[in-house]
Design a protein around this ligand. Sequence first.
Ligand code: AMP
Ligand code: ZN
Length: 120
Amino acid sequence: MSADCIFCKIINRELDADIVYEDETVVAFKDINPAAPVHILVVPRKHIPTLLDIEKEDEAMIGHLHSVANEVAKKLKIDDKGFRLVINCGADAGQIVFHLHLHLLGGRPLLQTIAKGRGV
Ligand code: AMP
Ligand code: ZN
């Protein structure tokens, strides 16, 4: 928990979000500014600022994060046509929220580039 982190506040229910999945280690909610018809953020409950900050003990959770993205993609019925998972890390990737998250994007054909946010 980091006091000034918006995703920690969503996880702790101090800030509203449209939560589509949660369990003991992971929460998934709709992105407030969606870049695609389906744009979900899959977030560990543990406050980890960036991918560079993961530790050995986080490896199982990182795997679980991907399994949850998979389950949410099925639940929101974008598994048949396909989807994209994105992790932004640091300034050049355009990371704006420093609490590790997976972007799950789908619901339309996505640009055939390795891109994020508005460019997908
Ligand atoms: P990133 O550039 O990877 O750090 O992306 C952060 C994402 O968080 C952006 O796509 C924002 O639209 C999204 N976001 C920021 N604040 C909120 C919020 N309160 N609820 C849901 N999504 C948010
Ligand atoms: Zn946080």
